[in-house]
Design a protein. Structure first.
Length: 254
């Protein structure tokens, strides 16, 4: 058995939304290291171009806003102009709103659901021709949705629309996996725990101690933890896995 080849992504093309920072950047770094050509997209052209230049491997930055269907169409047009097939789609772009229940606004609800839930579905829909072209019975195309430990365990923050969107992503993943399996496309989700990023910032030693004490593994997640899970799902190693939600959270949801 060729173990190195089992996890290789050479010759595969990937798109990672929200790939200029945080978990998206961790995943893009891992996919590129495994040999994939990786397109990262984010709204700010300068930031996404800078990130693409900083990462090792074949990484290309695309400016795009997936929070609207028009933005999704424009991004898909850019990818289709460069690739005849897409092998890996990582729906990572996301946001959250934190407010007391009595003050939680409609905009805080809609903006989060649009980016976290609506965008992954309609981006996948638009990319189906490329994903179908990229999949085969032995090497399916892989869709990886980014869920959250917040959909497995209720935390202390009042992030109602975020938790609702991530719970829905977990179930949407299963629905899509069942429908797209005959098309040689797998659909899985990663539910990250506490990874330090722009959205999850540890502000002082006391907060770090509190966070780490809540995690059975006793630490926050590392880029290698996230990259490893994504490489597994995107490679031949994960070809028989679909409809799964893989918690990468050090046991936080236990």
């Amino acid at each position: 058995m060729d173990i190195a080849g089992l996890f290789s992504l050479r010759g595969r093309a990937a798109l990672v939304t929200g790939g200029s920072a945080g978990i998206g950047r961790m995943i893009a770094t891992g996919l590129a290291a495994a040999g994939a050509r990786v397109y990262i997209c984010a709204r700010h052209a300068e930031k996404v171009a800078r990130t693409a230049a900083e990462l090792d491997g074949d990484v290309i930055g695309l400016a795009g806003d997936v929070s609207t269907t028009a933005g999704i169409a424009a991004l898909v047009e850019q990818v289709a102009a460069r690739e005849p097939a897409l092998h890996i789609l990582v729906n990572n772009a996301g946001t959250l709103s934190d407010a007391p229940i009595d003050a939680f606004s409609e905009d805080q609800w809609d903006s989060v659901l649009d980016l976290n839930l609506k965008a992954p579905f309609f981006l996948l829909q638009r990319l189906l021709p490329l994903l179908r072209a990229g999949g085969s019975a032995e090497r399916p195309a892989a869709v990886i949705n980014i869920g959250s430990v917040g959909a497995l365990k209720i935390g202390p923050r009042e992030v109602y629309s975020y938790q609702a969107s991530k719970g829905a992503i977990h179930w949407l993943t299963k629905s899509l996996a069942k429908r797209l399996a005959p098309d040689s496309i797998t659909v899985n989700a990663i539910a990250p725990g506490f990874f330090e990023s722009d959205m999850t910032v540890i502000t002082d030693d006391a907060m770090r101690k509190m966070v780490e004490s809540a995690v059975p593994r006793g630490r926050t997640g590392t880029p290698e933890d996230m990259a490893g899970a994504a490489i597994y799902l995107a490679s031949r190693a994960g070809a028989y896995v679909t409809g799964s939600v893989i918690a990468v959270e050090g046991g936080l949801s236990i």
